[in-house]
Write a protein that binds this ligand. Structure first.
Ligand code: S3P
Length: 171
């Protein structure tokens, strides 16, 4: 019996706009796994939008909900899980994320900005200078993403299909 096989659980980390949901859905399809998105799961169990949670409970309240959802989802297997960009900022979450193979989708700030600037459901970006905010977040979080990642894929320069192909080669 194989005892050292990694659990069939793929975790996507990376900033807002890196393409975690798009790539995650395609990857899950290719692997025959189920796709989950932690933000969608938070909204489903809370019965409220991410914006509403940030407004009523602040980022602290949102992070508590996120930690509970990550603990629950990372106990599943045969899933691909796209996590929110800030999931890695909470040390307790690292333990949950490490239950799976961690793939870092790394995107330049310009690409993150292009993909998020019209989205109203990202409360951290509902400010005067969202590009500066994305830059600050990237400076703080990129070292953490890199430290946690088993595999890093640069996004934004090739098609989702090609990126999924590259991921499959590295799994
Ligand atoms: C956040 C990223 C968002 C969402 C929330 C906070 C962050 O998820 O969890 O708005 O702190 O970067 P996406 O990365 O899926 O946009």
């Amino acid at each position: 019996m194989e005892c050292n096989q990694p659990k069939p659980l793929i975790i996507l980390i990376g900033p807002m706009g890196a393409g975690k949901t798009t790539i995650g859905k395609l990857l899950a399809q290719q692997l025959g796994f189920t796709f989950y998105d932690s933000d969608q799961e938070i909204e489903r169990v809370s019965g409220a939008s991410i914006s509403w949670i940030f407004e009523k409970e602040g980022e602290v309240g949102f992070r508590q909900r996120e930690t509970r959802v990550l603990d629950k989802l990372t106990q599943l297997d045969h899933i691909v899980l796209a996590t929110g960009g800030g999931a890695v900022t909470i040390a307790e979450n690292h333990h949950f994320l490490k239950r799976g193979i961690i793939i870092y989708l790394r995107a330049e700030v310009d690409i993150q900005y292009e993909r998020t600037c019209r989205d109203r459901n990202r409360p951290l970006l509902q400010i005067d200078n969202p590009k500066q905010k994305l830059t600050e977040l990237f400076c703080k979080r990129d070292p953490i993403y890199q430290q946690l990642a088993n595999i890093t894929i640069v996004t934004g320069h090739s098609s989702p299909k090609k990126m999924v192909h590259d991921i499959l080669l590295q799994l």
